[in-house]
Design a protein around this ligand. Structure first.
Ligand code: HEM
Length: 91
């Protein structure tokens, strides 16, 4: 029981990171297709049912969440990352 949450934290963070990455990527692709704000408004433009301001908010918020999750992900997997760098730099 003790330490169980630590074992589960790693996969929880990894899966959350995958989900948030997909949201960032999809909303980013939507923003890349979006016309200017005035045109988007005048033509009632949407991407996957989201208007431009909604898409911008979803992208910014999921982007910030992704940065936080990446930092936690790197922190809890630092040992493995260091080992991998050692393997690559070993002569
Ligand atoms: C898969 C990764 C990403 C893709 C493909 C992507 C793509 C895009 C695109 C195409 C735009 C619109 C740029 C324009 O004005 O023409 C945009 C805007 C933006 N992106 Fe990303 N982005 C990604 C990751 C991130 C991350 C990690 C953040 C961190 C916060 C972020 C924050 C923003 C912000 C703040 C804007 C401006 C939104 C606005 O107009 O209000 N993006 N992104």
């Amino acid at each position: 029981m003790v330490g169980n949450w630590k074992i589960k934290l790693r996969p929880i963070i990894s899966i959350l990171l995958l989900i948030v990455f997909l949201i960032v990527a999809v909303t980013g692709i939507g923003l890349a297709q979006a016309p200017s704000g005035k045109i988007a408004h005048a033509t009632a433009w949407t991407f996957l049912g989201m208007d431009k301001p909604t898409l911008e908010s979803a992208h910014t918020l999921s982007g910030i969440a992704m940065i936080v999750l990446v930092v936690v992900h790197l922190a809890i997997n630092l040992d493995m990352l260091v080992n991998e760098l050692k393997v690559l730099t070993r002569k």
